[in-house]
Design a protein around this ligand. Structure first.
Ligand SMILES: Nc1ncnc2c1ncn2[C@@H]1O[C@H](COP(=O)(O)OP(=O)(O)OP(=O)(O)O)[C@@H](O)[C@H]1O
Ligand SMILES: [Mg+2]
Length: 233
């Protein structure tokens, strides 16, 4: 279980997140939506030890990780795929997957086979430089990179940004598949409609605070519809 308890955080002295509390289960897909600049990415960075936390706690499997460094957090089962993707264009797909990781004998091939069965397209392109990948393939590589650490929990920041509807659907299907294979998902999305469709839990952010949270039924709330669809759908 990943929990935030009364978190106030930001950059240096600039407070962005105000008193946020939430709990995300490793069995579920938790979706965070909200307007541009509402603090969604900052919330993920806070969890991953990349912001200043002024007060409150980040708790993971009952351990307080508020003051833990990013590399330490990555070792205890959390993995983060940032909004600006951490894909290295001049490295091949396979080199991207292996980059920055130590493997014990035999483990690398096993994890790679698992990842390539989830993303067959990456397998076909394993020896191409990442800069030659399409937008959708890059997003998949970014997710695949995050999965190389075999996380219990995956934090995804806008994996569908800039993709055509067809490829976007494919990315959402992959996220569901990753969750079904046993990884918890905390997903930040601009594509609110589709994200809410795959969510077990929905969190709506506004101005650095949680405006609403609940189950999939939140999709039908007037306020949610107004915020994201201008009240027309
Ligand atoms: N490194 C930073 N230093 C200072 N302020 C920052 C930094 N990164 C973001 N901010 C500010 O924090 C606020 C929230 O930004 P954040 O990126 O968390 O929003 P977001 O909800 O992810 O928006 P978007 O949907 O556009 O990605 C914004 O006002 C932004 O200018
Ligand atoms: Mg963002």
């Amino acid at each position: 279980m990943l929990e935030l308890k009364n978190i106030n955080s930001g950059y240096e002295k600039l407070q962005i997140i105000n008193n946020v509390s939430l709990a995300a289960s490793p069995k579920e897909i938790t979706v965070i939506i909200g307007p541009n600049g509402s603090g969604k990415s900052t919330l993920l960075r806070t969890i991953f030890g990349m912001c200043n936390v002024y007060s409150g706690n980040v708790v993971y499997n009952k351990a307080d990780i508020t003051k833990m460094q990013t590399y330490g957090i990555a070792r205890i089962g959390l993995s983060y795929s940032p909004q600006n993707k951490n894909v290295f264009g001049t490295l091949t797909v396979q080199e991207n997957l292996e980059m920055g990781r130590d493997f014990v004998e035999g483990e690398k091939t096993k994890i790679e086979e698992e990842i390539f069965s989830l993303f067959p397209r990456l397998k076909e392109r394993r020896f191409s430089d990442a800069r030659f990948l399409s937008g959708g393939e890059r997003q998949m590589l970014a997710m695949a990179r995050a999965l190389m650490d075999k996380p219990e929990f995956l934090l995804l920041d806008e994996p569908s940004a800039g993709l055509s509807p067809k490829i976007m659907n494919e990315i959402f299907r992959k996220i569901v598949e990753i969750n079904e294979l046993g990884t918890g998902i905390l997903l930040v999305e601009q594509n609110a409609k589709q994200a809410m469709e795959i969510a077990n839990k929905i969190i709506v952010m506004e101005n650095g605070s949680i405006a609403m949270q609940g189950g999939r039924e939140l999709r039908n709330e007037k306020k949610v519809r107004h915020l994201f669809f201008g009240g027309v759908v």
